[in-house]
Write a protein that binds this ligand. Structure first.
Ligand code: ADP
Length: 749
């Protein structure tokens, strides 16, 4: 069995600290049998403090130490005690000219009496009550866990006057973290706030006792333990179990540890959360030993109880505050998204950014292989590797890991910024991601002292600052970030749904607009048809009458009148041409198109055939360098398209050796083919490239190059678009023009 006798650094985790066999020297401890009050064991300072040597007391009634009046209070109060448990205060009594606070508790088959030396204080109970009341009100009103702990440590320092009071939280891995600290202003004490301690600093046996008793106090660390005689409890035949005794002598490991911190006196309060130890309030006095009397300890204990009761609520407060922040940021991000269609801009350039959403060191958005990032992130190539890996290996839309190196060992080299990853994919069929990165947790931890530093060695050669578990801890947290909480993962999923909902809504709106536009187009086509059709009738009249006048009344007119009549006739013909073009244009918009397999070689031959007179006249060479593919579409309209384009290519050419080439672009898409009609003609100036597809827009006078009405390309565009394709033009003025257009391919089943 490991006890105070044989403990060292290697075995302190198994030390049976409850069997200390000794007590702190500021009091006396004696055990008695409950049946007849016979003293069974006593600390050896009995004689010096109570005037009855231990050996005289053993076997006698413990009542002997008290006056008759005091003894009747003791027995009466003791009768009201619960069966077993923590020490209860019985009375304050002067024994052997010394003032003692007397406590008793049933434990280990005996009644343990503790006599704690105290000094007469002024009756400040009213002030103390007021202080406690004030402390409770402040604690209850605290709006976050931090302010709550800050006010708890400040109150306890006010009650006790310790140089340092800290709230210390046990982390899930057993390490400790100083969450809050109150320091005396008049001392020059190094702050411990924010420091982390390895788990070994509070060994397991100590932790067990922390959950048993609320408060432990060592007025003077530099004490000499007072042995208990006899060493064995006659009832159990074993060393007396001092688990709950206030005067229990503490582990040598512990006092050594405190001494190394420059502590002269300490008091430790347990903070419990739903029956489990959550942390501690640790009080250190550095300047001198310090005895905190019972009444003040009670006030502190009361505060510790209160803190324990409220801690869940205050922690929940922090969680709910984070939850509110996540919700608000999500709303704002989605709002930005609704105004800004570019994902990267919406999520990383506008305020708030995605980096202000979940707690992370860096964030990145990857859209179509383009990376935008903010904060601490890996390099672009690494981010792309990660998204590629995600798209291949992860089926979920939201993915979280606290060890990226566990996914791909070579990624360990970016642990400083990316040990943790939270990834959101927008849609299953797209590899667009939003990523959040967290650094390796160890980077964020401030260790108390340098854990690598050799430990202090006491005079007897014993190591007194246990740090061995640090290496272990470092190994368990290596390449790991702080884990992502359920709440964070949920918030990211929610962000994804909100964004998708928005995208769907936008798509819906665009769809509606498109429908409206189509309807307007159709109406416009009908209007163009009706207008041009109906206008042709009176126009024909005007034209006929003008012709008649020219034929029958030419002699009655002078030269000027004749000229004007010729102009009327010419304009009427011109208008007729325009109306024909408009009619043709509206017809292309209204009629149904066939959706059949069309051999483009046949279409080209037909078009060339239609234009053969003009081609022969201009001595134009027609080239088709490669066999053309088949497409899906409407043969008659495709012929019209090719005729328009080839006719222009022939028309707008004044070369000695004009040619027109019809070919297919080498990069074949899965769904469409791109064909072209190229000439070595006059070309089009860049400034005009945009305009040529507009209706009735001509770049040349009507009679130059034998131009037409200016509707040819407009109709060509409409035909291509009705096939679901696009048409565009490349041209160098003076050298030639190429018209490109895409058409749907024939799917091979
Ligand atoms: P048009 O009936 O006048 O030919 P289009 O709509 O077919 O009308 O063409 C519009 C204008 O684009 C033409 O007036 C001409 O100036 C220019 N254009 C069309 N095709 C070519 C080409 N292959 N080379 C140079 N200019 C061209």
């Amino acid at each position: 069995m490991i006890t105070a006798e044989n403990v060292d650094l290697s075995n302190c985790d198994r030390e049976q600290i409850q069997y200390a066999g000794a007590i702190l020297p500021h009091g006396v401890l004696a055990t008695a049998s409950e049946s007849d009050w016979t003293v069974l064991q006593a600390s050896v300072n009995c004689g010096e403090m109570l005037g009855v040597p231990a050996e005289d007391l053993l076997g006698q009634s413990i009542g002997r130490l008290f006056s008759a009046a005091q003894w009747s209070i003791v027995t009466e109060r003791f009768a009201r005690l619960h069966s077993a448990g923590l020490p209860s205060y019985l009375l304050r009594a002067t024994l052997h000219d010394t003032l003692f606070d007397v406590f008793a508790h049933r434990y280990d088959g005996v009644v343990i009496f503790e006599f704690e030396k105290c000094t007469e204080e002024a009756d400040e109970s009213f002030q103390l009550q007021k202080d406690i009341h004030e402390a409770l009100t402040t604690l209850q009103g605290a709006s976050s866990l931090q302010t709550f702990l800050d006010s708890a440590v400040a109150q306890i320092r006010r009650f006790t006057g310790f140089d340092r009071v800290m709230a210390y939280k046990f982390m899930p891995d057993g390490t400790g973290w100083v969450r809050s600290e109150s320091l005396a202003e008049d001392g020059d004490f190094a702050p411990f706030l924010g420091l982390h301690y390895p788990a070994s600093d509070v060994p397991l046996p100590a932790r067990r006792l922390f959950s048993l008793t609320w408060l432990r106090h060592q007025p003077d660390i530099d004490y000499t333990p007072v042995p208990i005689t006899p060493a064995t409890n006659p009832v159990t035949g074993k060393s007396l179990d001092l688990s709950c005794a206030q005067l229990r002598s503490v582990s040598l490991m512990y006092t050594g540890y405190l001494k190394n911190m420059g502590t002269r006196s300490s008091m430790v309060l347990s903070l419990m959360k739903t029956g489990k130890i959550w942390g501690l309030i640790a009080c250190h006095h550095h300047r001198a030993p310090k005895h905190v009397p019972y009444r003040e300890r009670m006030a502190c204990e009361f505060v510790a109880h209160m803190v324990s009761l409220l801690i869940s609520a205050k922690e929940d407060l922090d969680v709910s505050e984070y939850r509110v922040r996540l919700k608000t940021t999500e709303r704002l991000l989605v709002e930005n998204f609704s105004r800004e269609y570019d994902v990267s801009t919406a999520l990383l350039q506008r305020s708030p950014t995605a980096l202000e959403f979940v707690n992370a060191g860096g964030a990145a958005v990857v859209v179509e292989g383009r990376v935008t990032s903010r904060g601490q992130t890996p390099a672009q190539e690494r981010i792309l590797q990660i998204t590629k890996w995600l798209s291949l290996s992860i089926d979920r839309e939201v993915f979280a890991t606290d060890t990226l190196a566990g996914c791909m060992p070579e990624w360990a080299n970016c642990k400083d910024v990316a040990s943790g990853l939270l990834a959101l994919r927008f849609a299953r069929n797209r590899n667009d991601y939003v990523l959040w990165f967290r650094p390796e947790q160890i980077q964020n931890v401030n260790w108390a002292g340098d854990p690598q530093k050799p430990v202090d060695i006491s005079s007897d050669g014993q190591r007194l600052m246990p740090r061995t578990s640090f290496a272990l801890w470092k190994e368990t947290v290596r390449l790991k970030s702080e884990p992502w909480s359920e709440m964070e993962i949920e918030a990211v999923s929610q962000l994804r749904s909100s964004i998708l909902e928005l995208v769907l809504r936008k798509a819906d709106e665009i769809g509606k607009l498109y429908d409206n536009l189509e309807r307007s187009h159709a109406q416009l086509d009908t209007f163009a048809y009706v207008a041009s059709h109906d206008l042709k009738e009176p126009l024909r009249g005007i034209s006929n009458y003008a012709e008649m006048l020219l034929e029958d009344y030419s002699e009655a007119l002078d030269e000027e009148g004749f000229g004007r009549l010729q102009t009327i006739s010419r304009l009427a013909r011109r208008m007729d041409d325009l109306l024909d073009s408009l009619l043709e244009y509206s017809r292309v918009g209204r009629v149904d198109f066939a959706d059949l397999e069309v051999d483009m070689n046949v279409v080209v031959t037909e078009a060339v055939d239609t234009l053969k007179l003009r081609i022969a006249e201009r001595k134009v060479t027609i080239r088709v360098p490669k066999r053309l593919p088949s497409v899906r579409g409407d043969q008659i309209h495709l012929r019209e398209l090719l005729t328009n384009l080839i006719s222009n290519a022939v028309k707008y050419n004044d070369r000695e050796e004009p040619f027109v080439e019809i070919g297919v672009s080498p990069d074949l898409g899965a769904d469409e083919v791109v064909l072209y009609v190229r000439d070595n003609g006059i070309g089009i100036r860049e400034a005009h490239l945009e305009q040529i597809f507009q209706i009735f827009r001509r770049l040349h006078a009507r009679n130059e190059y034998g131009g037409g009405a200016g509707a040819g390309l407009t109709i060509a565009k409409k035909i291509v678009e009705r096939h679901g394709g696009r048409i565009w033009v490349d041209s160098v003025s003076g050298q030639g023009t190429t018209f490109w257009f895409s058409l749907p391919t024939v799917k091979t089943a």
